[in-house]
Design a protein around this ligand. Structure first.
Ligand SMILES: C[S@@+](CC[C@H](N)C(=O)[O-])C[C@H]1O[C@@H](n2cnc3c(N)ncnc32)[C@H](O)[C@@H]1O
Length: 271
């Protein structure tokens, strides 16, 4: 519970700000979440209200604070091998259909703290020759990207990792690292991370064979969703695959994608 009150007008200011920055559409039900997540920043700066905090993040003086506010307002829940049907499809359909003689490139857009990226990496390393694949992980939050890059997790996070992959690709922490594990260097070398805001124009990332965009579209309104997915389609090779979260729909967006299975699409040759 917050010690500060958040008026409707202040909530609207913060909601409009986060929408402009990240496309995230905070419903009125998120008011308690905004209060509880931001109140420590008010305490940190000795502010009296959320209105003052809004001035601080928009005023341009505290240059690092907008990123900290975004880090706090994004929802980063994720886990290893989440939505396992995508990993079955990757192994059984996407890998056999890969273009011969090319590097198989996967993008985990909105990868949060990296569990999705390392799950993909374990699968690719199990089925492809070393040096024939690479993964890019991205997110808007620098805080979660740092965790993703560290590739270091509490042992409880290993729950959904198949035992054979755990043994082969995860190193158990010893001494002060007891109770943790880290992804092996061989996988870490094939993965890169960068901060990418999906609602901004894309940097030059090259073409991908497969894009994971899971459990982030739910935070966007219809217009933003369509714009984000359309932009990602421009870097998905014709015939490449696109995964969204199982609770997300791309219905009615007129995208150059053919639906194959729930939450699995294929890039059309044109569009
Ligand atoms: C719930 S996590 C999903 C993680 C993973 N893809 C999964 O399915 O388990 C959603 C992520 O989307 C990121 N995100 C939200 N808005 C974004 C934006 N505009 N650009 C890039 N990432 C964004 C958040 O920072 C968060 O880490």
């Amino acid at each position: 519970m917050s010690v500060y009150a958040l008026s409707d007008a202040e909530f609207k200011l913060l909601r409009d700000w986060v929408y402009a920055q990240a496309g995230i559409n905070l419903s009125p039900a998120k008011k308690p979440l905004v209060m509880s997540r931001l109140q420590k920043r008010l305490i940190h700066f000795g502010l009296n209200s959320f209105g003052e905090y809004h001035q601080l993040i928009t005023g341009g003086v505290e240059r690092t604070e907008p990123q900290i506010a975004l880090d706090l307002l994004t929802t980063n829940e994720t886990y290893f091998f989440r939505e396992p049907k995508h990993f079955d499809f990757l192994r059984d359909r996407a890998l056999p259909a890969r273009l011969p003689g090319t590097t198989f490139r996967v993008w985990s857009a909105a990868c949060s703290s990296g569990e999705e990226v390392w799950s993909i990496a374990m699968l690719l390393a199990s089925h492809l020759a070393p040096g024939t694949w690479e993964i890019m992980g991205s997110d808007i939050s620098t805080r979660v990207l740092a965790r993703a890059q560290s590739a270091h997790y509490a042992m409880e996070r290993a729950e959904h990792i198949p035992r054979a992959l755990l043994t082969r690709f995860c190193l158990r922490g010893v001494g002060s690292q007891e109770g943790t594990f880290r992804i092996v260097p061989d996988l870490r070398r094939r993965v890169s991370f960068r901060q990418i805001n999906l609602i901004a124009p894309l940097p030059d990332v090259g073409l991908f064979d497969l894009i994971f965009l899971r459990n982030v579209l739910i935070y966007f309104d219809m217009e933003t969703k369509a714009a984000v997915v359309r932009q990602l389609c421009s870097v998905l090779r014709p015939g490449g695959f696109f995964f969204c979260g199982h609770s997300e729909s791309l219905h009615g967006m007129n995208l150059p994608l053919t639906s194959l299975h729930p939450a699995i699409y294929q890039r059309q040759a044109r569009g």
